[in-house]
Write a protein that binds this ligand. Sequence first.
Ligand SMILES: [Cu+2]
Length: 284
Amino acid sequence: MASSWVRRGVVLATGAVLLVLTGCSSQDVAALKRLGLPQAASAQAPEIAHLWIGTWIAAGTIGVFVWGLIGWVVIRYRSHTNEMPRQNRYNLPMEIFYTIAPFVVIGVLFYYTILAQNAVTAESKNPDVTVDVVGQKWSWTFNYKSAQDPAVGADVYEVGTIQATPDLYLPVNKSVRFNLSSPDVNHSFWVPAFYEKRDIIPGRNNNIEITPNRIGTYRGKCAELCGTYHQSMLFNVHVVTEDEYTAYLKTLAAKGQVGEAKGASNADPQGSAKIYQGEEVGDR
Ligand SMILES: [Cu+2]
């Protein structure tokens, strides 16, 4: 009786797994192998990816071990009587083991986390490109520090609004330093394909250095719930060749977006003003 139930369960589970797998495209399978991470687009991303995968392997191994132990105990020590087992037994080696084991697990995860953190927060003395990023309610301003670049000859900027999602252009395989600032509340600079995000805190100079290494367009967003229109804090990241990057900066210069846009008032000239006078209440 029991074995027929087990057999039925195995058949059902196998069927379900096959159904799920046959419904997967090769992209889905690749995403599964990354355990849900997007396809990486930065030189720093593998550090995070290894930590992510390694942590899941550690958690999975411990999970399977614990479930196995639970299953073994349930079957091995099952009882058909209703007698209460003795409550004051203990096993000293076992108690010592499960007191120490979590510290070992945490210690190993901590060690690899520090290694990954040191790798992704490392900064070069002279990054190839510097962009001052302003996270403002509720969009982004990108100041390209391109005055020293003879092809552009000036600092240029791009201002986003709630209505107009801004673009961020980056040259491929160049180290980019983002200096992050906010004129109002906490935000967080996040490009999922770079596997990193950094908080933007008013009055504090946070920065993040990334070397994009795959040409393409990626989504960027604010990862800190920052107010009514937080969900509008999106931007598009275009990783392009150096020539295309320079050409883009020249278009900003040609539009007269030269200099710096950093304050609350000039960071979001149309969007915020309109919102503050209109729908937004009590959040300023
Ligand atoms: Cu925000």
